[in-house]
Design a binder for this molecule. Structure first.
Ligand SMILES: Nc1ncnc2c1ncn2[C@@H]1O[C@H](COP(=O)(O)OP(=O)(O)OP(=O)(O)O)[C@@H](O)[C@H]1O
Ligand SMILES: [Mg+2]
Length: 251
């Protein structure tokens, strides 16, 4: 895994006059083996920043680099909120994973088994179609597929938002486990600060296209500086400022 750096990145949609600046000169670093949480209200530009890193949104100024160089295409991989946007419903789980496995991997079956086991799924599910799986299983397959591509950095954009609260916890625990086991570098996006805090050691707060606050998660939660961050912290159930967050109670 490696370091992903956004350096004064802006993303603008549409023309010069009528366009929208979705991301406004954002600088953010996802360190090697680190999970950085990006939180912000709907429309604040989180997905635009994420999509810019994988070539799906236009970078109008600034640079996005992996270890100081423009990132090769497959080295940054994204998991989306809706697994149907990354999984073809007509392909088996195994075929979907096999499709992105690098050519150098000769034993595809073993690789499919390896990544399904990494996301704690029965390797027998390789023969299933996405429609036969639960939402949580589908999202695990989406994560497995991304891991099969052997990325340097993973971007997870609201990957638990569509899941039941009880399932959300298991997927978040999975990500924490993967980070420990594989040293995964990850940008984890959510509009929910409690969720972000559960997986991320560093938190960045986005508001109207800008990062208004970033730092170690504990510091940001204990002593939020920006009014918007204060609102987010106040909205966490059971959380009182100036007290460390009880991780068991965050979900
Ligand atoms: N393809 C697009 N074309 C034009 N405008 C867009 C496009 N995608 C996003 N926008 C606009 O850019 C701004 C940021 O949107 P973005 O989707 O990045 O926010 P977000 O923080 O991911 O929101 P959410 O929490 O709802 O996913 C919004 O004003 C949105 O309407
Ligand atoms: Mg979004």
């Amino acid at each position: 895994m490696s370091e992903l750096r956004f350096d004064n990145v802006s993303v603008r949609y549409g023309g010069r006059r009528r366009g929208t600046t979705a991301v406004d000169t954002v600088s953010l670093t996802v360190g090697d083996g680190e999970i950085v949480g990006l939180v912000g209200e709907s429309g604040s530009g989180k997905s635009s920043l994420a999509r810019a890193a994988v070539g799906l949104a236009p970078v109008t100024s600034g640079r996005i680099e992996l270890d100081g160089r423009p990132a090769p295409r497959r080295s940054v991989q994204m998991v989306f909120q809706d697994p149907y946007s990354s999984l073809d419903p007509r392909m088996t789980v195994g075929a979907s994973i096999g499709e992105v496995t690098p050519r150098a991997v000769t034993d595809r079956r073993a690789e499919i088994r390896r990544v399904l086991e990494l996301v704690e799924l029965d390797p027998g599910l390789a023969r299933s179609f996405p429609g036969q799986l639960s939402g949580g299983q589908r999202q695990r397959v989406a994560v497995a597929r991304v891991l099969a591509a052997r990325p340097e950095v993973v971007i997870a954009d609201e990957i638990t938002s569509a899941l039941d609260v009880s399932i959300q916890g298991t997927v978040l625990n999975l990500l924490r486990g993967l980070q420990r086991e594989l040293g995964l570098s990850m940008l984890f996006i959510s509009h929910n600060l409690a969720v972000v805090r559960y997986v991320a050691s560093t938190v960045a707060v986005m508001y109207r296209g800008r990062i208004v606050e970033q730092g170690p998660a504990d510091d940001v939660l204990r002593d939020p500086q920006h009014p918007y961050t204060r609102d987010l912290v106040a909205a966490i159930p059971g959380h009182r400022r100036h007290e460390p967050l009880d991780q068991g109670r965050t979900l």
